[in-house]
Design a protein around this ligand. Sequence first.
Ligand SMILES: NC(=O)c1ccc[n+]([C@@H]2O[C@H](COP(=O)([O-])OP(=O)(O)OC[C@H]3O[C@@H](n4cnc5c(N)ncnc54)[C@H](OP(=O)(O)O)[C@@H]3O)[C@@H](O)[C@H]2O)c1
Length: 226
Amino acid sequence: MKRILVTGGTHGIGEALVRQARKAGHEVVFTGRNEQRLARVAAETGAHGIRADVSVPDDNARTVEFAVQRLGAIEVLVNNAAYGYGDPVGEIDVEAMKRLFDTNVFGLVDLTNRVVPHMKRQGGGDIVNVASTSGMKGHAHGTAYAGSKWALRGISQCWQAELRPHDIRVVCICPSEVQTGWGGGEPGTNPKKLFADDIAGAILGCLSMHARGFIPEFAVFATNPF
Ligand SMILES: NC(=O)c1ccc[n+]([C@@H]2O[C@H](COP(=O)([O-])OP(=O)(O)OC[C@H]3O[C@@H](n4cnc5c(N)ncnc54)[C@H](OP(=O)(O)O)[C@@H]3O)[C@@H](O)[C@H]2O)c1
């Protein structure tokens, strides 16, 4: 049994992870901003939901306090919450890009900054950063989103260098397209493309590895979506 904090557990990959982790017997705290979805996932899984926006430092302070109080410790932090914004260069709304970085990068760093001292004190832990294949290869209209995920991959490498001596594993996972309804649409149902459950399973799989080893980074692609 692990004690897990997941950001953005009200939808998509985060929700699938909360559900799978609970089924596997883990204790889970998860965040999100949508009150109704938060209450539904909490009621259906027995995980503890807290309404919190990862881009707001006070919310991150409350989240860590809540997780430590409910779980007794945070053994695993999954930095999953993020969103997309894309415009071509020449038309980029820089304020929109800054807001995206507030969630996808600065908020994630702020939350992790608050969790790492707990992990150091308890002598270890796991941090999973959900990046993207957009952070491995740039693409048109990707300045803000792909830029945030490239940043996350670099940040993950810095944390690996700093935290391995503290027995804290940092894993960076880069999914390709996942049919979550990302951006407000209906979740896709193409059986040949990736589902949120595939990524949740991959995250739990790498966490199940003996603590002497870890997977620094991996991408997940659909085998044959063509
Ligand atoms: N779907 C893809 O194709 C794909 C591919 C590669 C990587 N990813 C990455 O996978 C992760 C999850 O994506 P997804 O497709 O599952 O997205 P999603 O279905 O849109 O779910 C995003 C989750 O994050 C939460 N969230 C967003 N902004 C937040 C904030 N400021 N504070 C707290 N929670 C916030 C949302 O909850 P609330 O609305 O309740 O706040 C929701 O629970 C992201 O990091 C994304 O970049 C996705």
